[in-house]
Design a protein around this ligand. Structure first.
Ligand SMILES: Cc1cc2nc3c(=O)[nH]c(=O)nc-3n(C[C@H](O)[C@H](O)[C@H](O)COP(=O)(O)OP(=O)(O)OC[C@H]3O[C@@H](n4cnc5c(N)ncnc54)[C@H](O)[C@@H]3O)c2cc1C
Length: 384
């Protein structure tokens, strides 16, 4: 394993130049990073978040912009990490079910009533998340970009920023699509789909908008889909996906006649996973470890869950240092199983809705081959 930075002079005698030894440094302050940092802090570890984001106060102003949709199940994870209520502050609209093609599926109900999903503003959600977990007592460095990792004998022992080096027993990489650790450690990428272009924006709507305002809408096309998230009375946020390298990034047909506000953002959401997702001294979580397109509907949920699981793994590795390799291998196996399970679910969902399902040969090869490769990678991790 290699790292791009100069690591040749970081033996014990030179450790003095690595300032501030933490138990855990978390890279990134999105949902995965906040979940990891909150969980480690609650377990009594000395935690630092390093994020290239600015201090979130004053809170971002709400302007019409793309929204992301979360299932109410996200709330229970937020309670676990000490960020209860972050989702409510960011919620701009609710939905009680999803129209997908000709079907309508309610989110569910319990004794308290009908479950409501939330269409959230991500800037406000992230700002509330990091503020709430910071109250647990961790340190956060804002506006600081991690530029490299520090290795000693193949073990990650710290990070480099533009102005200082910081050491920790464990690094958790939650840098999202920037995938700091995966790239710097030259981990292999395993692809499960061809490139999938996703673009998102918000449109102004009026009384001619004929879609159910209390629900979200998944509208399948042969080579992709449209997601509508109405924000009554004036707006509808939308996300589109195309498998055929769409270049126009137009708003959806359904909203073409209605004025579009805001810049249109786009991203490549090709299904992909790093192999492995941990190594000596480092764990990857959230989008930094693996990405599925938003039709999976669980990007934020998975980021929170994998952040919590990575953090629990670190706690065990520190408490039982002799068994660290075993705990890391367990995390790696858990992440791959979860990810591949969701890949299968998403393929089925696409099939059900008549969306072209790409063959496995366009992705990572057969499932058996993938499993076999995953097993040998695990053995490698166990033996380091
Ligand atoms: C168009 C689109 C629509 C989506 N819609 C939904 C949806 O409706 N529902 C849903 O659940 N999910 C949705 N997702 C997915 C969801 O946004 C992601 O899965 C989720 O944000 C992943 O969280 P994360 O914490 O892993 O990464 P991120 O949220 O990307 O956080 C990464 C953090 O790392 C920081 N960072 C990056 N590089 C560095 C560096 N070098 N140094 C320091 N800090 C760094 C970033 O500033 C950020 O704070 C959507 C994604 C896209 C692209």
């Amino acid at each position: 394993m290699r790292c791009d930075g100069d690591v040749s002079n970081l033996k014990i005698e030179n450790r003095k130049r690595i300032e501030n030894l933490y138990d855990v440094i978390v890279i990134g302050s999105g949902p995965a990073g906040c979940a990891a940092a909150g969980t480690c802090t609650k377990a009594g570890l000395n935690v630092l978040i390093v994020t290239d984001q600015p201090n979130p106060y004053p809170l971002p102003v709400v302007v019409p912009g793309p929204l992301e949709s979360i299932h109410p199940g996200v709330s229970s994870l937020l309670v676990k990490i000490g960020a209860e209520g972050a989702e409510f502050d960011a919620t701009l609209a609710l939905y009680s079910g999803i129209h997908a093609g000709d079907n309508y599926t309610p989110l569910g109900e319990d004794t308290k009533g009908t479950w409501q999903g939330m269409h959230i503003n991500r800037d406000i959600f992230n700002a509330r998340l990091v503020t709430l977990v910071q109250y647990l007592g961790m340190k956060v460095m804002y506006n600081v970009r991690v530029k490299d990792l520090i290795l000693e004998d193949n073990k990650v022992v710290g990070i480099k920023t533009s102005f200082l080096d910081l050491g920790a027993k464990y690094i958790i990489d939650a840098s999202g699509k920037k995938t700091i650790a995966g790239k710097m450690l030259k981990f292999k990428r395993r692809f499960y789909s061809p490139p999938l272009i996703c673009w998102t924006g918000v449109s102004k709507i009026d009384e001619t908008f004929s879609y159910d305002l209390t629900a979200a809408h998944f509208i399948p096309h042969k080579d992709g889909w449209t997601w509508l998230a109405p924000q009554p009375p004036d707006y509808c946020a939308w996300t589109m996906l195309s498998m055929k390298g769409e270049k126009s990034f137009l708003p959806p047909e359904e909203l073409k006649t209605i004025i579009t506000l805001n810049t249109i953002h786009f991203a490549n959401m090709r299904w992909r996973l790093f192999r492995p997702v941990c190594s000596e001294g480092i764990l990857l979580c959230g989008d930094a470890a693996g990405i599925l397109d938003p039709a999976a509907g669980q990007g934020i949920f998975n980021a929170l869950l994998s952040g919590i699981t990575a953090a629990n793994t670190v706690v065990k590795c520190i408490q039982e240092a002799d068994l660290a390799a075993f705990h890391l291998a367990h995390y790696d196996d858990w992440f791959v199983r979860e990810f591949e399970g969701k890949v299968e679910q998403l393929r089925l969902y696409y099939e059900e809705h008549g969306i072209t399902v790409f063959g496995r040969e366009q992705g990572a090869g057969s499932r058996d081959k993938m499993r076999e490769q995953a097993r040998s990678e695990l053995i490698e991790i166990c033996l380091f």
